[in-house]
Write a protein that binds this ligand. Structure first.
Ligand code: TXA
Ligand code: MG
Length: 319
């Protein structure tokens, strides 16, 4: 089976919005690269993104919204963030900001972190999809894990094949590289908006934190370390000891079950790994907040998206 590739027009966006509304995933161009889109408030839909990419670990995703007002409903903005948004949105800039819990963003989007990456894209196709769905759209680059980012519909089809049912084709992405990611005054990922452009906004200010680097506190000098996003996004980890592959709860343990092993909660009673991924970070938060001093987790098969689940749990267990 090959994915359906439809040229961008109103009818294609209606079709794409229908897929998103039923918890599905769609590939859609942005001004940077093609994204693999899902409703950011639907945990199972977001899990389908990870499953389609075949990523062996969860990396937090960027949430795409129509405008600054919509972004402010999802994240808390400080003055620096407001200035960046005013200067560069819509456009290829992503801001990492504290997530607003009342926004209903699935915890799988942020990998359980208390920050969220948000951006207002400029491209007409993803803007049309956001408008048609009325939802914040979670979207990583629409490539299989380990492959290069797609800048044409054909790249997506080659990389993901029938793992994505629908690709909206609106030609080549104008920027062709992923958005610049900024957290506080640090550029986490260089991109189309340059560090110099960003630093210019703050040139009159004292640095927010740390010693002056001549760029208004912005860590933008190539001689200084720029943290790779995946590294900085040290994912949410429970504060309690965690025991893996438990078939029953021992004294004082909150058991996170799976399939036939029921615990204090069950990631997926029917043993569905996509559903389990969708519930994973909520389960860890709940176990952490419970009165039990320890956490145990039932065995999870390490195939498909299960590999990302077991990776996450192994890390949590060895902290
Ligand atoms: O241009 C782009 O940004 C494209 C288009 C589709 O919008 N998207 C994209 O997504 O490049 P992705 O998933 O390939 O890269 C998102 C990056 C990851 O490296 C992730 O670690 C980082 O954003 N990220 C997301 N949420 C974060 C957070 N809360 N804290 C730190 N980094 C975060
Ligand atoms: Mg990527």
């Amino acid at each position: 089976m090959t994915p359906q590739i439809r040229a961008f027009d109103d009818a294609a966006i209606v079709a794409a919005a229908a897929v998103i509304a039923t918890g599905g995933i769609v590939a859609i161009p942005t001004e940077t690269v093609y994204g693999l889109a899902a409703d950011a408030t639907d945990a199972v839909a977001v899990a389908r993104i990870y499953a389609a990419k075949g990523r062996p670990a969860f990396n937090p995703l960027i949430v795409h919204v129509a405008d600054i007002a919509a972004a402010m409903r999802i994240a808390s903005f400080d003055d620096d963030a407001r200035a960046l948004a005013a200067a560069f949105w819509p456009g290829p800039l992503t801001l990492v900001l504290p997530v607003r819990r009342d926004a209903g963003i699935a915890t799988l989007v942020t990998a359980g972190l208390d920050t969220v990456a948000v951006r207002v894209p400029r491209h007409r196709a993803i803007q049309a999809l956001i408008a048609a769905t009325g939802k914040p759209i979670a979207a990583p680059s629409a490539n299989a894990s380990g492959a290069i980012s797609p800048t044409r519909a054909s790249h997506v089809a080659t990389s993901l094949g029938d793992r994505v049912p629908l690709i909206i084709d609106d030609g080549a992405c104008p920027a062709g590289v992923e958005s610049t990611i900024v957290a506080g005054r640090t550029v986490l990922r260089p991109g189309p908006i340059t560090a110099a452009q960003i630093a210019a906004l703050w040139s009159d200010d004292a640095p927010a934190t740390g010693p002056s680097d001549g760029a208004g506190g912005l860590v933008a000098d190539p001689a200084r370390p720029v943290t790779a996003p995946g590294q900085l996004a040290s994912h949410y980890a429970p504060t309690k000891p965690l025991r893996l592959d438990a078939t029953t709860a021992r004294d004082g343990e909150y058991l996170i079950g799976f399939g036939g092993i029921d615990g204090d909660m069950n990631l997926s009673p029917r043993g569905d790994l996509v559903e389990a991924a969708a519930n994973l970070f909520d389960a860890l938060h709940r176990a952490d907040a419970s009165s039990s001093p320890r956490i145990a987790t039932a065995p999870i098969p390490g195939k498909g998206i299960g590999a990302a689940i077991t990776d996450r749990l192994r890390r949590a267990a060895t902290r």
